[in-house]
Design a binder for this molecule. Structure first.
Ligand code: ADE
Length: 235
């Protein structure tokens, strides 16, 4: 999978060279490139923002650098004649659809993702219209709160998507059993020692009875989900 990220703060993404996603890049499973939006400016100050038409607080990101960046990156991956590898262009935005495990799974099946990180009061609206001519455009929110820009949201999305690429997580079974994969929260985990500071591991986990362990874990998942996230059960 190819992922391009465009940002005015590319060094935010240095952390993606670490751990599993770093290894995925070393082994060629993930081809990740981070770009500085200012590389597509042409003025001396490398300007990426300007005041909003109609007035109001803050600045808006100018369309020209975004247009050039997306034109270049959308055309950067060899495309089959049927156009099936048109990129999916994701703009993180608190005004977008909420990012879920199902979104991560869906996007992990794409050949080419481009993430455009907005800052300030956002990106000139015409950029989204223009991007729709280059690929599938998605506005995606990390949750119902406001960040200073899209970078932290994209970090989270790239990690959630990248770990679903086959081969990135060594033991694929660990993907099946985690929170949200079956619509429930994950069951609690324990390791040695079996007693720590007078706290015992639930005896069923030491019983060797696989049926009883599976039933206990399922009950824990349901109980946790009911208590912490009843909205998931309603869904
Ligand atoms: N940019 C600012 N806030 C955001 C959020 N909650 N999700 C995605 N991108 C954002």
């Amino acid at each position: 999978m190819r992922i391009d990220v465009v940002s005015i703060f590319p060094s935010y993404f240095d952390g993606l060279t670490l751990s599993l996603l770093g290894k995925a890049q070393d082994s060629g499973l993930l081809d990740l490139a981070v770009h500085d939006l200012r590389d597509w400016t042409s003025d001396r100050h490398r300007t990426v923002d300007d005041t909003p038409y109609g007035g109001g607080a803050g600045m808006v990101m100018k369309p020209e650098p975004w247009g050039l960046a997306l034109d270049q990156l959308a055309g950067s991956v060899a495309e089959p004649v049927d156009g099936s590898s048109r990129p999916t262009i994701v703009f993180p935005s608190p005004a977008g659809e909420v990012f879920r495990q199902s979104t991560a799974r869906e996007l992990a099946g794409r050949e080419h993702l481009i993430f455009g990180c907005g800052r300030y009061e956002g990106i000139d609206e015409r950029v989204f219209e223009e991007a729709a001519g280059l690929g599938e455009v998605r506005l995606i929110s990390l949750g119902d709160y406001v960040l200073n820009g899209g970078e932290v949201a994209v970090m989270a999305m790239v990690e959630a998507i990248g770990r679903l690429i086959p081969g990135v997580v060594g033991n694929p079974e660990s993907l099946v059993e985690e929170s949200h994969e079956d619509g429930l929260l994950e069951y609690p985990s324990y390791t040695k020692p079996s007693v720590w500071r007078d706290r015992e591991v639930p005896p069923v986990l030491l019983s060797g009875n696989h049926g009883a362990i599976a039933a206990w874990r399922r009950e824990q998942q349901l109980e946790r989900t009911r208590r912490r996230r009843p909205d998931l059960l309603a869904d």
